[in-house]
Design a protein around this ligand. Structure first.
Ligand code: FAD
Length: 380
């Protein structure tokens, strides 16, 4: 392997570690901004969390309090449509963007109270009484107590979005190296500056390195003395089909959602367990998930079973991503820990990574997402 990360003349060079949606999106924006990019992936691109996802762009449905995280989710949601349109133009493929919102149905008194509480701060949301909700989605269980209608929470198909991104970054001239594990980050003795990476095939040097290794990121920061409080959160899903479409909107209740995809299938998700790096789906859990979906939409009880899978969300202790730089390791940009919302957060993350790489002001205040909060934990 060459010790230069690019052969692109005088362009500044960037290595992106991790070929999930975050790494691919960053590679796309950085290539567009004139960087010579090399994307390094230990397996094949987009085979981990990013293609296990349901693809909801749930800025409203997935946040539980106002603040900087909600604003980051909103920013990304607002960028999404134009971003996927652009990717589709560059790649000639479709990310299967669906501009239908989420019906967030309350089935219990506790859930109803929690959802009503969100109305004081959430935007693009209205409370819907049970009868109105059944008009919106007639196949919903009659036990629904009402809920939120969230018209801006659209969705994409993560597998198709991944294909679109892969084609787009190849078109942008990004170098892609699959089946190449990064063993460690290379630092300059004394300054701690990140100079490149050590891969299974040799060293590779660049002006900047982006850490986008999802749930595996802590293994790469540990040797720098930074213990990222991250862990894999296993999520299991099923895909079902019915002869005629049952729903238009995504239908979501506590612990279960059903996302109607353009091909007529539904993604039903998703469980949440901390089980290390084991991502095998299990019959018991899948059975329980199906029972929840059928309680929400009774006609799903007899739906055709299509497939099942599981993925590992890059969870963080405070449920916030690590996005930004860290003074102790100049030259390294963190873009990891997107937990339940990495599909939603991809365009905003990629834009911010590109702004950091160019030394420009960022589109969001990164203080709440700083990797330095892990450094404080590490020192404690
Ligand atoms: P990943 O996709 O895991 O990619 C990281 C990549 O880094 C992997 O390909 C890995 O092989 C590679 N890598 C790791 N270590 C190394 C190394 N040392 N060298 C080289 N490569 C390395 N989000 C939403 O926004 N909406 C949803 O509806 C949604 N639903 C979900 C449902 C499920 C069941 C799951 C599991 C997740 C869901 N998510 C959703 C969350 C979303 O999928 C993640 O937040 C997102 O995929 C994280 O992207 P990533 O690129 O950081 O991680």
């Amino acid at each position: 392997m060459s010790t230069d990360s690019s052969h692109s003349g005088n362009k500044p060079t960037v290595i992106i570690v991790g070929g999930g949606i975050i790494g691919c999106s960053a590679a796309y924006e950085l290539s567009k901004a004139g960087f010579a990019c090399t994307l390094i992936e230990k397996g094949a691109l987009n085979q981990e969390a990013s293609t296990a996802a349901a693809g909801m762009l749930g800025a409203q449905s997935e946040t539980h309090q106002p603040g900087p995280y909600y604003e980051l989710c909103r920013l990304s949601q607002q960028l999404y449509r134009a971003w996927t349109d652009e990717l589709e133009q560059v790649s000639g493929l479709t990310g299967q963007y669906v501009a239908e919102g989420i019906v967030r149905a309350a089935l219990t008194e506790e859930d109803e109270a929690e959802l009503r509480g969100r109305l004081s701060w959430i935007r693009d949301a209205e409370w819907v009484q049970p009868a109105e909700m059944l008009k919106l989605e007639p196949e919903l269980t009659a036990a629904v107590r009402g809920g939120l209608y969230l018209p801006a929470d659209h969705h994409v198909h993560p597998v198709w979005l991944a294909k679109t991104l892969q084609a787009a970054i190849a078109r942008q001239g990004c170098t892609i190296r699959e089946w190449t594990p990064v063993i460690r980050l290379l630092t300059e003795p004394g300054s701690g500056r990140i100079r490149g990476i050590q891969t299974s095939e040799g060293p590779l040097y660049a002006d900047l390195v982006v850490l986008a290794a999802g749930a595996w990121s802590p293994a790469l920061t540990e040797p720098l003395g930074l213990s990222l409080p991250m862990f894999p959160v296993k999520g299991q899903c099923i895909s079902l089909k019915t002869e005629a479409p049952l729903i238009r909107s995504t239908v979501f209740t506590k612990g279960c959602y059903v996302v109607p995809k353009r091909d007529g299938s539904y993604i039903v998700g998703a469980t949440q367990t901390e089980a290390g790096f084991d991502k095998r789906p299990t019959a018991k859990v899948i059975g329980e998930l199906h029972a929840k979906a059928a309680a929400l939409l009774p006609r799903l009880a007899d739906a055709e079973f299509v497939s099942t899978w599981a993925g590992l969300r890059p969870g963080t202790r405070d449920a916030l991503p690590f996005l930004g730089t860290w003074d102790a390791a100049p030259g390294l940009i963190f873009a990891t820990g997107h937990y339940r919302n990495g599909i939603l957060l991809a365009p905003a993350t990629a834009r911010i990574v590109s702004e950091l790489a160019q030394g420009r002001p960022t589109s969001a205040d990164l203080a709440p997402f700083t990797p330095a909060r892990a450094a404080a934990d590490t020192a404690a």
